[in-house]
Design a protein around this ligand. Structure first.
Ligand code: NAD
Length: 494
């Protein structure tokens, strides 16, 4: 029913809640949230939207459960199973939230204005406009880092968004089908079936594991002629993969990859990317630097994060941000340093921790609490001002005493409400899938620090990710995808 939601359990709601709000309420501050990723969405989930005119701007009108994105590259999971339309949860808020599907191209800090651009193929008569704000939350995430290495953008595939995963999935099958084309030379077959992953962080490792699974469980059976040539190589500049995991888990991962016949080329830095090969530098046994050409059919580039231009531009407007290279400096309340009304969450902010989904979602939830408290503080302060007025004008002692009692209560409440501590990140652990139904986990909340790997950890990985899924709908779809893969195998169509 309009104006009320019926909660029927299991995270399922019926009916649309907030009545549409066409114009902003002038008595409320306008809070603009940029992004629909982990930080922005966990803020929106917990925010009392009736306190502000809330506007969300993001080119993506859904939340994406990124931890399972590598599984979409091989069809273990269908991408729609890990997408949740933001409308589906915004409509359950108490007060309406405006959403614009657009990219924020510029933040004008001085004039409290953002400029937005509709990136969709279908344009209305307005496709670029501006939105004023009183408060702004920047949760736009990051770009793929290429370190200016030539050829990466032209020839490599990234793995950050749904279209990236779709492109990889098509590309794998394209390589396989082309390799089996009539009269293909043996060198060309080898090249086409050489799948190269650059970057040994969790993204690269998880993708390599998923790809090898795809080959072992499905491709090898359906297209046996590629068996001898299909090969996955992981290239990493540092001496080992997964640097954020403990030493025994790094060794476990490297050992598992060896058994899975994934090649790990550590201490190898990719310097250039061409259409059919990469140039990688390593130091040989004699200490000499060697530049090697490595032919590939598919190249997946997973070397971490870089700043988005809109964030870089904002930093250039704020003197306190001038020295930052990696993202927006924020204080312990996530306020962008040098500003009073801009906050930043997730990968575009510099925290003292790795830029992960876990950090972003805790930051978003913290900001929601902060904003809810701020609104309460404002309303208590207004009430206090009114009561002191009443007290001053009271004609009898009884009325004065009554007002005084209420003021005391409110002051107590105000102290409690204002007393919100700074943001503190609580690390729950790190998890990564490494292929052949094995996962690694560094968990801090059990007994001290538990580092485990193997099949049991894989079931833990599965249940942890399932429980972290956005909605019951997502959870059911993911379970069905896993079951489907188990029973029928993965779909090898392009
Ligand atoms: P990353 O920054 O963790 O790793 C990138 C790797 O690429 C680095 O080890 C780096 O040495 C290597 N590299 C960079 N340039 C190279 C070059 N030219 N040649 C060869 N190697 C090169 O990147 P990521 O895996 O995309 O992760 C990004 C962030 O997201 C990290 O903070 C990560 O912890 C987080 N994340 C976590 C999980 C998880 O917990 N399961 C999954 C995905 C991402």
């Amino acid at each position: 029913a309009i104006g009320g939601t019926l909660y029927i359990g299991w995270g399922i709601y019926q009916g649309r809640t907030p009545p549409a709000q066409y114009d902003p309420d002038p008595s409320k501050k306008t809070l603009v949230v940029l992004g629909t990723g982990w930080g922005a969405v966990s803020l929106l989930k917990k925010l009392d939207t009736e306190n502000y005119n809330v506007i969300v701007v993001s080119p993506r009108n859904y939340f994406l459960f990124t931890p399972l994105l590598p599984s979409c590259t091989t069809g273990t999971i269908e991408h729609r199973s890990i997408m949740e339309p933001i409308r589906s949860f915004l409509r359950h808020k108490k007060a309406a939230v405006k959403y614009y599907e657009a990219e924020c191209t510029k933040i004008d800090y001085e004039n409290k204005m953002i400029y937005i651009n509709d990136e969709s193929e279908i344009k209305g008569s307005t496709s670029a406009t501006e939105v004023p704000f009183d408060m702004l939350v920047v949760g736009v995430g990051a770009e793929n880092a290429t370190f200016g290495i030539p050829g990466v953008r032209e020839h490599g595939c990234f793995l950050k968004e749904v279209p990236d995963a779709q492109k990889i999935r098509k590309r794998i099958m394209d390589c396989v089908e082309t390799a089996t084309f009539k009269d293909q030379s043996p060198e060309e077959v080898k090249r086409l079936l050489h799948m190269v992953v650059v970057g040994g962080g969790p993204t690269g490792v998880e993708f390599a594991g998923e790809l090898q699974d795809f080959f072992e469980n499905d491709l090898r059976k359906w297209i046996p002629e590629i068996s001898n040539n299909f090969h996955v190589t992981l290239v990493e500049a540092l001496p080992n993969v997964l640097p954020m995991f403990s030493k025994n888990l790094i060794e476990y991962t490297e050992q598992t990859f060896k058994e899975e016949t994934i090649d790990i080329r550590t201490k190898t830095m990719v310097k250039r990317v061409e259409e059919k090969y990469i140039e990688a530098e390593y130091t040989d046994a004699l200490g000499k630097k060697v530049l090697e050409k490595i032919p590939y059919g598919l190249l997946v580039w997973a070397t971490g994060n870089a700043l988005k231009p809109v964030v870089k531009d904002l930093m250039s407007q704020i003197p306190a941000q001038k020295d930052s290279r990696r993202g927006l400096f924020v204080n312990e309340y996530l306020v962008v340093k040098g500003t009073e009304n801009i906050w930043a969450v997730g990968d575009c902010a510099i925290a003292n921790y790795a830029p992960t989904a876990q950090v972003a979602s805790q930051e978003g939830a913290f900001l929601a609490r902060l904003f809810n408290q701020m609104a309460k503080t404002d309303s208590i302060e207004t009430e206090l001002a009114e009561l002191s007025n009443v007290q001053e004008k009271a004609t009898s002692k009884d009325l004065r005493d009554e007002a005084f009692g209420k003021i005391k209560d409110l002051q107590k409440r105000l102290r409690r409400v204002k007393n919100i501590g700074p943001f503190e990140y609580s690390h729950q652990g790190s998890l990564a899938y490494i292929g052949s139904e094995k996962a690694v986990a560094d968990i801090s909340w059990l007994t001290g620090n538990l580092a485990t790997g193997g099949q049991l950890t894989y079931f833990f990985w599965r249940s942890a990710y399932l429980s972290m899924c956005f909605s019951t709908r997502n959870r059911i779809l993911v379970i069905m995808d896993w079951a489907k893969t188990q029973v029928f195998g993965r779909d090898v169509s392009r």
